[in-house]
Design a protein around this ligand. Structure first.
Ligand code: ADP
Ligand code: ZN
Ligand code: ZN
Length: 737
């Protein structure tokens, strides 16, 4: 393989050799750090524009010495191409940032250049030095800071050492802070010394819903800021950033707070990133991508709802922002605080083993009580007449909803499936609304009368008649949130609100919140009491502090119980507990707060643990199962996925990959790495491509990593020798298998 960029011809006698991380085409088997020539010595982390082939690409001067292999293959200086431009207007990316990127690339088996460039704001990759200097100037003006032109262009090593920044003046009237609960005070007493510790720990803040975890985050951030450091707070979803931002802004008036998530415009994102990188922003709130934000004075990382699957990036470098937060905290000597009422079993295991500090808050704040959980056995409910569908809510749940309406309280109905119905069916010939491109049904969306595939996006108008037999009577089967909303409105049409008027049913899911600001608007209506019954997907179960909700019902949680995925029960437990956590937050109504669960499997152990609000018992039973089955956290997994037009081609790739891995393991030792047979995933065909996957498992993370590092280069070669492989990727620590 080429280890250096091909020469331009032009040579410069006084030039310096620099190692540059660039996005090389991976399949070419090129190294991802290439040598170039620069006119001056450039500090590591400097952003550049370099030629590669006929293109000009962004790159980053990479720290460290070339490996022995790289050195042996290095081209003589005369054959190196010169750097096109060094973006010296931007301070070099800090060494810790480079180290985080390099770790991510190695651990998740991607190229350094790919990760480095993917995690920078997209705008940054386009700008040249002049454009960047203009942006910085504007930014500094907006923030009331000195003109960057006044700074020396070239930074010295000493400039890279972060200095605590002067703390801005405290505003005249400090914000009101609630007196801490006993548990909060205890937790913070244990956390405080960490801000001065030589090697700060990682903590699990295990606090029941409503125990006031946010207040702990706020106080922790306050400590970090008081020490002149920056705090990074991660939330699982964009939707949760506005409310968190509001709380932080209120608590820290006058402090510089920025958010980082994919919902920002490219310009905003660049601006906020620059502000963090330059050390101006003191608080950075964001989604998983914010874990890569350079922060010269990082002093705290919070990961809220650490168990949430959204922390795992699902394409490209499939990193876990939660896991990287733990690594980064260690690297930059910043305390890490992972918060959850239902921690992931991996985190829970670390907390139990003492690797993480366990901080527990078992009580709700004030008089708030956890709702009573009632599990309804659907088998004991009245059966619908011949050819009729069972109503969305069984009689006791419907009665509970009516009861809330009469008292002017809110109910929340949780159904994790959007659209009107998951499939349309022709009773005459058996036609179903399959997707022509995927092995999946197309979902019926009534509002715009479309059949939409949730896997590939393929959408069409609903046919007037059965496409196969012409039958006019094609029927929806099953129920999504859109239909639930409609059915609830019908079920409650004879009910009158105490204040007069009919019952107000609203729905919140990905379909109702497409437009910017619409979620905030809908949530505001709920908070203002303008909604009696709220129907929604898991979007409504996360994080929201609904004060008027006294009833939460899980309409159809069973599908998750029998999913092939080994994490299905863990996920379901977490989402039900989170959902239940929305009820009973108001002290006065807490005593009569309930969570109802409609299930055909009331004997499932998960429900017993849910009734007792006993995460610990649930985790213990799950861990026992995982240990028996040799699944995480007792083993480490990687999943090799591939896609091809033809299933057998995809299988052949995996089979040959498997043979290659086995051969490697035989000669290099690694008896404890297990390679499973290639199988199709639950949805085997998506957008016309057949998917296959192969699981690799080992009790030793090191053994698994060694195999992957040595094996993947072979797979690049294998792929080019096989015709018809559309793509392949390895997913380290996959969330589902
Ligand atoms: P969690 O994130 O643990 O579910 P929240 O942070 O949403 O809990 O807190 C629940 C509610 O309790 C919020 O309305 C919050 O403002 C309030 N709260 C938190 N801590 C205190 C406190 N020490 N005193 C009074 N109210 C508090
Ligand atoms: Zn038909
Ligand atoms: Zn499809």
């Amino acid at each position: 393989p080429h280890m250096t960029a091909p020469a331009d011809g032009a040579t410069q006698a006084s030039a310096h050799r620099v190692r540059v991380a660039v996005e090389t085409p991976q399949h070419a088997g090129m190294a991802d750090v290439l040598d170039y020539l620069a006119e001056a010595e450039l500090p590591p982390g400097t952003l550049l524009r370099v030629p590669l082939g006929r293109r000009e690409l962004p790159g980053v001067v990479w720290p460290g010495e070339p490996s022995a292999e790289e050195a042996a293959n290095a081209l003589p200086a005369g054959q190196l191409r010169p750097v096109r431009e060094a973006l010296l207007a931007l301070a070099p990316l800090p060494p810790a940032w480079c180290q985080l990127v390099e770790f991510t690339a190695r651990y998740y088996q991607r190229a350094i250049g790919e990760v480095a460039l993917a995690v920078l704001p997209p705008e940054l990759r386009k700008l040249d030095n002049t454009g960047l200097a203009k942006r910085l100037k504007r930014l500094h003006k907006q923030m009331g800071l000195p003109d960057p032109d006044a700074k020396p262009k070239k930074r010295r090593k000493a400039d890279l050492q972060p200095e605590p920044e002067a703390v801005p003046e405290v505003p005249a009237s400090p914000p009101v802070r609630p007196a801490l609960t006993t548990e909060q005070a205890e937790v913070l007493a244990r956390l405080s010394p960490q801000f001065e510790a030589e090697a700060p720990a990682c903590h699990l803040l295990f606090g029941v819903t409503g125990s006031g975890k946010t207040e702990v985050y706020l106080r922790a951030a306050e400590q970090a800021l008081a020490a002149g450091r920056q705090a990074l707070v991660l939330v699982p979803e964009i939707n949760l950033t506005p409310q968190l931002e509001a709380r932080f802004a209120e608590r820290f008036p006058g402090r510089r707070l920025v958010s980082l998530h994919s919902g920002l415009t490219p310009a905003q994102r660049l601006q906020n990133w620059l502000s963090a990188h330059e050390g101006h922003a003191e608080l950075v709130l964001g989604t998983r991508l914010a874990i890569f934000c350079p922060l010269p004075r990082l002093g705290l990382i919070v990961v809220d709802e650490e168990h949430d699957p959204s922390y795992k990036q699902q394409d490209g470098a499939r990193y876990s922002a939660r896991d990287l937060a733990v690594y980064r905290g260690k690297l930059e000597r910043a305390p890490v605080l992972l918060g959850s009422a239902t921690p992931s079993l991996e985190t829970w295991q670390h907390a139990r083993s003492g690797r993480y500090q366990l901080l527990t808050m078992a009580q709700r704040v004030g008089q708030g009580a956890l709702p009573a959980v009632r599990v309804v056995d659907m088998a004991k409910q009245p059966t619908p007449g011949q050819g009729q569908e069972a109503p969305a809510l069984c009689p006791p749940v419907l009665a509970a909803v009516r009861d809330r309406i009469e008292r002017g309280e809110q109910s929340l109905l949780f159904l994790n499936r959007r659209g009107f119905a998951p499939v349309l069916n022709c009773g005459a010939c058996g036609w179903k609304s399959g997707c022509p491109h995927c092995s999946a049904w197309r979902v019926f969306h009534k509002l715009d009368r479309t059949l939409r595939c949730h896997h590939c996006g393929f959408a069409e108008r609903v046919p007037k008649a059965c496409p196969d037999c012409g039958n006019l009577d094609i029927q929806p089967v099953g129920r999504g949130t859109e239909r639930l909303e409609e059915q609830i409105a019908t079920l409650l049409q004879d009910v009158e609100r105490p204040g007069g008027g009919s019952v107000r049913v609203a729905r919140i899911d990905a379909d109702t919140t497409r437009h910017k600001g619409s979620l905030e608007e809908q949530l505001a209506a709920v908070h203002a009491g303008e909604v009696d019954v709220l129907v929604g997907t898991q979007m409504i179960t996360k994080g929201h502090d609904f004060r008027r909700v006294t009833l939460v019902a899980a309409v159809n949680p069973d599908s998750a119980l029998f999913a092939a995925d080994f994490r299905a029960a863990e996920r379901l437990f977490a989402s039900l507990l989170q959902a239940g956590g929305r009820a009973g937050r108001d002290a006065e109504a807490a005593a009569r707060s309930e969570m109802w669960v409609q299930t055909w499997n009331p004997q499932h152990a998960l429900f017993a643990a849910l009734k007792a609000h006993d995460f610990t018992a649930f985790a213990a039973s799950q861990l026992a199962e995982r240990e028996m089955a040799g699944l995480p956290p007792y083993s480490h997994l990687a999943l090799l996925r591939t896609e091809a037009r033809e299933g057998p081609v995809a299988e052949a790739f995996l089979q040959q990959a498997r043979d290659a891995a086995q051969a490697w393991l035989k000669t290099h030792g690694g008896a404890d790495v297990m390679l499973y047979a290639p199988v199709p995933p639950p949805v085997a065909k998506v957008a016309g491509l057949e998917r296959r996957q192969m699981l690799i498992e080992s009790p030793s993370r090191g053994a698994l990593q060694r195999l992957l590092a040595n094996w993947l280069p072979e797979l690049h070669v294998l792929r080019s020798s096989l015709k018809g492989i559309a793509r392949w990727a390895v997913d380290v620590d996959p969330l589902s298998i």
